[in-house]
Design a protein around this ligand. Structure first.
Ligand SMILES: Cc1cc2nc3c(=O)[nH]c(=O)nc-3n(C[C@H](O)[C@H](O)[C@H](O)COP(=O)(O)OP(=O)(O)OC[C@H]3O[C@@H](n4cnc5c(N)ncnc54)[C@H](O)[C@@H]3O)c2cc1C
Length: 381
């Protein structure tokens, strides 16, 4: 059924008779890891699904350094996709003092480093194989309502300016709390979007597979991290107020010394727009027939987002199958998220406060999500 929907869209467009309007069971807004995983799950379970992504590529611009927290879900993805996403098992996650480099703690539960843009592309490709229609350069501009339900979307795309759906999965990322749907649907206060700079560095003094995470009372030195995928390439981010060149001029800390001879291979931007505590889900992550997943739900983290995508896709598919698209039914998604992820959100910036140590956070996350596997990925191999 999904395939015929895709053909209808294309042929209507090519005939030039009228702009296409398509019907889907599930419409996913945003093609990040959370949205792609939700689409993959719903399509695997038989739904007609479409993803609308505002950019011209899945995975670009790159959103983060591609650290995947350890869990059974992560391992099951990596057992299938490790070579496709150029994955590296993290040997050690080190937390150190930024000024003198002293080790504060270390963990061997550091998960994986992957090429994040490739990860999204792989998940999206599997979703397409499962029948998902993907529309690029198709920004969702607004949701249209009938009664107390959303019935469709309007987009910026000439190819598919409108589409109708039964269930909507909002996966529009961190900006959802800025000028996106989480704020416009009243899930959170509208917050300011703050930019940052993300570098891919060559020649930093790092070791492949060893994440180094630096803490300091100086805000600029605090939470500076090296994510080295291999000896020659390492991700590093800075707030927009400082450039790499200024940062490495400093002589008073180990982080600057480690990048003294480094050179940027890639400079990208990122955005943050946090309404409330970083990583904590909004009180409600379902509204009417819309489920919010990933950063759009207030949560953070690639693995957290993909798990949420899996929960949302599962609930959407069973509600559609039973022809029971009520808010009560769709809210089963929220219960799953609270049950499995509510106790171990992506509290990256407060892990030591909330869990005592990063190692504790990692092991509690692994424990709480035990048994959740990326079965959708495995079933395509
Ligand atoms: C500097 C930094 C480093 C990070 N490092 C890590 C890390 O190493 N590991 C980790 O797990 N997490 C990390 N995170 C968090 C991680 O990047 C996010 O949690 C993750 O990207 C969320 O995925 P998502 O699918 O919810 O949203 P996103 O990846 O943001 O995807 C949202 C998608 O929706 C699209 N979109 C937005 N609005 C619309 C619209 N109206 N119509 C159509 N499409 C739209 C966007 O173009 C985008 O493709 C980091 C975050 C930052 C800021």
């Amino acid at each position: 059924m999904a395939r015929s929907a895709r053909i209808m869209v294309t042929s209507t467009y090519h005939l030039g008779v009228e702009k296409a309007m398509s019907d889907f069971d599930v419409i996913v807004i945003g093609g990040g890891p959370a949205g792609c995983y939700a689409a993959l799950t719903a399509a695997t379970k038989g739904c007609r699904v479409a993803i609308f992504e505002e950019h011209g590529a899945i995975g670009r611009p790159r959103h983060d350094p591609g650290w995947l927290m350890e869990s059974e879900f992560t391992k099951s993805i990596m057992s299938v996709l490790e070579s496709e996403v150029i994955g590296t098992k993290v040997q050690e996650y080190r937390v150190c003092n930024s000024e003198n480099g002293e080790l504060i703690e270390k963990s061997t539960l550091g998960g994986y480093l992957v090429r994040r843009d490739l990860l999204e592309k792989e998940i999206a490709a599997l979703a397409i194989q499962a029948g998902v229609s993907l529309y690029l350069k198709a920004k969702v501009l607004r949701l249209t309502r009938k009664g107390d339900k959303v019935e469709g979307i309007e987009t910026s795309s000439n190819i598919i300016p409108r589409a109708k759906g039964e269930i909507f999965i909002c996966a529009d990322g961190i900006r959802s709390a800025g000028n996106g749907f989480a704020a416009s649907e009243g899930l959170c206060e509208r917050s300011e979007v703050l930019p940052g700079i993300s570098y891919l560095l060559a020649n930093a003094e790092v070791s492949a597979g060893i994440i180094e995470h630096f803490l300091s009372s100086d805000p600029l030195l605090n939470y500076r991290c090296f994510w080295p995928h291999c000896k020659s390439a390492c991700y590093f981010s800075l707030p927009v107020s400082s450039t790499l060149y200024e940062f490495r001029e400093r002589q008073d800390n180990i982080v600057s010394r480690k990048i003294q001879n480094a050179c940027a291979l890639e400079i990208g931007g990122y955005a943050t727009a946090h309404s409330g505590k970083f990583g904590e889900h909004f009180e409600d992550i379902v509204k009417d027939n819309i489920m919010f997943v990933g950063d759009a739900s207030g949560g953070v983290g690639n693995i957290h987002g993909m798990m949420q995508g899996q929960f949302a896709g599962m609930v959407a598919a069973s509600a559609i199958k039973d022809k029971d698209v009520t808010n009560k039914r769709v809210s089963e998604y929220q219960d799953l998220v609270l049950d499995k992820l509510g106790k171990v959100p992506f509290f990256f910036f407060s892990a030591r406060e909330d869990f005592g140590s990063f190692d504790n956070w990692f092991s509690q996350f692994e424990e709480s999500t035990r048994g959740i596997k990326a079965t959708e990925v495995a079933c395509f191999q």
